[in-house]
Every structure is written in structure tokens, then in C-alpha cells.
Ligand binder design. Sequence first.
Ligand code: HEC
Ligand code: HEC
Length: 301
Amino acid sequence: MSEAPHGAPIKTPGQLIAAIIAGFGIPVAIIILLAVYVNNSTRTGAGTDIEQSVRERIAPAAQVDIRDANAPRVYKTGEEVFKAVCSTCHAAGTAGAPKFGDAGAWAPRIGEGYDTLLHNALNGKGAMPARGGTSPDDYSDFEIARAVVYMANGSGGKLAEPAQPAPGAAASAGASGATAASAPTGASANENAQAAAAVAALASVPQTASAAPAAGGQSADAAQAGKALYEQVCQACHAAGVLNAPKFGDKAAWAPRLKEPMDTVYNYALHGKGAMPPKGGSNASDADVKAAVDYMVNAAK
Ligand code: HEC
Ligand code: HEC
């Protein structure tokens, strides 16, 4: 009776340990909770948006833009595409681009008809890069078309809004977007910077580039003409790899492209591909462009 009063809660060593842990642990836990509570209320203070500050804190350092291939695609308006892409040149009339709002510069072009305008916007024309230098993964044909109409109508035109593609078409466009989903959002900002670099490069392209008197002994002079055209035009992008152009002499960049038949490669150079403008934005002869391709390809072998 004197040793163990009945009903004593601690009877075994295990219970003793548990009691000690509880005796220390609970006050410590309370202290920690109090500290967190006080700290929290002083940090967020009155009136600050706690949820937002939490979201900012837990936001991943680099965000990845995941596009859900199955989600209905939300198309950018013509104005949005214009601001994001086309304004690089068309806002100020850089590189000879018809300026937004300049009815005089647009009238003859609008006179060619909407189909021609759209075709040129999608495939490039002179110093105008195909799709303004973007890829179909960034902006669908429909979005480019909207930008064309936005610019034309902002410059005296009265074109009808292009029709939105059927959901099926949108899904496949979305799917192709999904393949590019791993690219960080920074890419589009990067693209703008690159487009600006390309503009600077293009501004130095002589529009009347005729590499060499292509008349006489053509094949003998072809190599010479190719080199000359490269130096006049193509190197603006291909020397430094502006807009991801395969760099001159960079075997790794050229190898996958040279797996295609040479005719295909010529065709890309003649008619454009992605951000590569047809003939590099020059009006050189087909023969000279092919010669320039040969010159670049030989340097990458
Ligand atoms: C790198 C500069 C640049 C960018 C970016 C650019 N353009 Fe152009 N664009 C030009 C130039 C230069 C011309 C004039 C081409 C010519 O007539 O030789 C032009 C002409 C055009 C024309 C008139 C074509 C015709 O038939 O005469 C359309 C339409 C057009 N651009 C649409 C667009 C759209 C849409 C975008 C954005 C998605 C865009 N451009 C982005 C430089 C650019
Ligand atoms: C405004 C920048 C620019 C200029 C100027 C330019 N290119 Fe390109 N070029 C590119 C880009 C960007 C690519 C990559 C296109 C892609 O793969 O989507 C490319 C790709 C190519 C390719 C590889 C096509 C393939 O097989 O994939 C050839 C060939 C080529 N250019 C030839 C030329 C020639 C010849 C000239 C000069 C007459 C020239 N380029 C001028 C930007 C340019």
C-alpha cells in the first residue's frame, strides 16, 4: 500500500517513458504552435492576401506550360497575336513591313484579296518571315488569320473575321501543341527577343541582292555565287543561329536536315520553312539560292 497506491497510472517502465515524453513533448508542441501562430500573424499583417503570398511562396521556380491536348483550345484574338508577334515589325514598319494603321501602305495589299494576304502571312514574303517567325505549335493558322484581319481592318480594310476551325481540327492542333508542352514559357519571350534579333539582321539584308552576274558560265561560277549570296543574305541568320537557324559549319545542327533529299532542302531554302523566310528574304535567283545552300551544306559535312 505504501509503495504502489492503487490506481497509479504508471505501472511499467514503458508507461514511465511515455509519461516523460508526454510531459516534455506536449508543452514543446504548444510552444512551437504558438510561435508559428505569432510569427504568421506578424508576417502577413492586417489586410495582406495570405492566399496569394502562400501561392507565391510555393510556386515552382520555373513554370512549365502544359497544354492539355483534350481541353478545348482557346484561340488568341488577332489583337493578341499582333501584340505578341507581328507588332515587332508591323508596329513601326520595321524591315519595310506595312505599318499598322497606315491605310496607304495596306490598300494595295488588301486589294490583292484576303487569300493572298493570308497565304503570304503563313508562308512568308520578302523580309516577312513565314507566320511572323513563329511555329504552328505557337499559333494556329486560324490565329495567324485573325492577326491578318486585325491588321488589315486596323489599316482601312473591311475583311470578315475568319471562321473558327471545327473542334476536330482544334484537337489535332492541340495535340501538336502538346508535343511542345515541355518547353518552358520563357520560350515565347525568348522568341520575341530572337525575332528582334532577326529584324536587326534582316534590316541589313540588301533587298536587291543579286549575288553574282548569274548569266554566263553558271556552273563554274555557282560556288562563287553561293558564297557571295551566303555572305550577303543568309549569314544574317545562319552565322549566329538567329531564330534557331542551323549554324554555318555546325555539323550536328545540319546532319538531321541533310538526311532529307537535297531537293527537299533546296525547297525549304526557296520557299521557306518555319522562321526561315523564302530565299532568306532576298529576291535572288533560284540558282543562286541553291548555290548558297550547297555552300552551307558543304561547310557542314
Ligand atoms: C520580322 C518582321 C516581321 C514580322 C515579325 C511580321 N511581319 Fe508581316 N511583313 C513583314 C514585311 C517586311 C512585310 C512586307 C513584305 C513584302 O511586301 O515584301 C510584311 C507583310 C505582311 C503582310 C502583307 C502581305 C502581302 O500580301 O503583301 C501581311 C498580311 C503580314 N505581313 C502579316 C503578318 C502577321 C499576321 C504577322 C504576325 C503573325 C507578321 N506579319 C509578322 C515583316 C514582318
Ligand atoms: C531571317 C533569318 C534567316 C535567313 C536570312 C536565312 N535563313 Fe535559312 N533558316 C532560318 C531558320 C530559322 C531555319 C530553320 C528552319 C526550321 O527548321 O524550322 C533555316 C533553315 C535553313 C535550311 C535548312 C532547311 C532544312 O532542310 O531543314 C537551309 C538549307 C537554309 N535555311 C538556307 C538558307 C539560305 C540559302 C539562305 C540565304 C539565301 C538563308 N537560309 C537565309 C533562318 C534564316
